[in-house]
Design a protein around this ligand. Structure first.
Ligand SMILES: *[C@@H]1O[C@H](CO)[C@@H](O)[C@H](O)[C@H]1NC(C)=O
Ligand SMILES: *[C@@H]1O[C@H](CO)[C@@H](O)[C@H](O)[C@H]1NC(C)=O
Length: 216
């Protein structure tokens, strides 16, 4: 009996030392899905269908939402490598082409993020009832923004992120759902032909400091 106890204590110690702390990770390079962005300070709530290509550094978002009481709709194509942003209006076949002066930031847990904890969203009682996620926090060095984010343990898929922008006192909350690996239609990253002859406008400001804000 005593020996059995000693063996099981040893086993627990061995297993404990084997259980590794999660490492920061990067989301799959080709993703599409849905997200909601909530900026409480500015009363913005947006639902987006998004397409994300980390190889080509392209992002397309079709957004529908509310800003104060106004309904907003946007169809935006961000080509980070070319440094161009298109706002596409299919209904009147017009296009606004603006310089995009921010660098592409992949969807990832930054390498210097601090691991907070691992937990199950939902329940772990029965298969299919829960989702194992890792929570992280950190500070964006360029902007000093504090962030909090949650990614799945398996697949490194984003669940949500919160950015605390103390300068403007705006918190940006993004939740991701219905994600699919891969891009079904690569043409989502090609601007429609009525955008071809449009002249490039200079960006009004360079405050679009990260991926999530570039989408707003
Ligand atoms: C938004 O609508 C509500 C209710 O209709 C109204 O009370 C409020 O003043 C409106 N806010 C703005 C900013 O227009
Ligand atoms: C086309 O539609 C957009 C969005 O509704 C509007 O902002 C723009 O002024 C329109 N352009 C023309 C030329 O009508």
């Amino acid at each position: 009996m005593k020996i059995l106890f000693v063996i099981s204590v040893c086993l627990i110690l061995i297993l404990g030392s084997c259980a590794q702390k999660p490492h920061p990770c990067r989301a799959p390079p080709l993703l599409e899905g849905k997200l909601t962005v909530h900026v409480p300070g500015e009363k913005i709530r947006v639902y987006e269908k998004f397409y994300y290509d980390a190889f080509g550094q392209n992002v397309r978002v079709v957004a529908y939402g509310k800003e104060d009481n106004k309904t907003i709709f946007a169809d935006r194509l961000l080509l980070f490598r070319e440094g161009v942003k298109y706002d596409i209006h299919y209904h009147n076949q017009t296009c606004v082409k603006t310089a995009l002066k921010v660098s592409f930031i992949p969807v990832e847990v930054p390498h210097d993020a601090h691991f907070l904890h691992q937990l199950v969203i939902g329940s772990s009682s029965r298969p299919g009832e829960g989702l194992l996620v890792n929570n992280w926090e950190g500070i964006v060095s360029q902007t000093k923004e504090h962030y909090f984010m949650s990614f799945t343990e398996f697949g490194c898929l984003p669940i949500y992120s919160i950015y605390f922008t103390d300068k403007m006192n705006v918190d940006i909350m993004t939740s991701f759902y219905d994600l699919v690996n891969g891009i079904e239609d690569p043409e989502v990253f090609i601007p429609p032909s009525f955008c071809d002859s449009v002249k490039l406008r200079e960006a009004k400001d360079d405050t679009e400091t990260n991926f999530f804000k570039a989408l707003l």
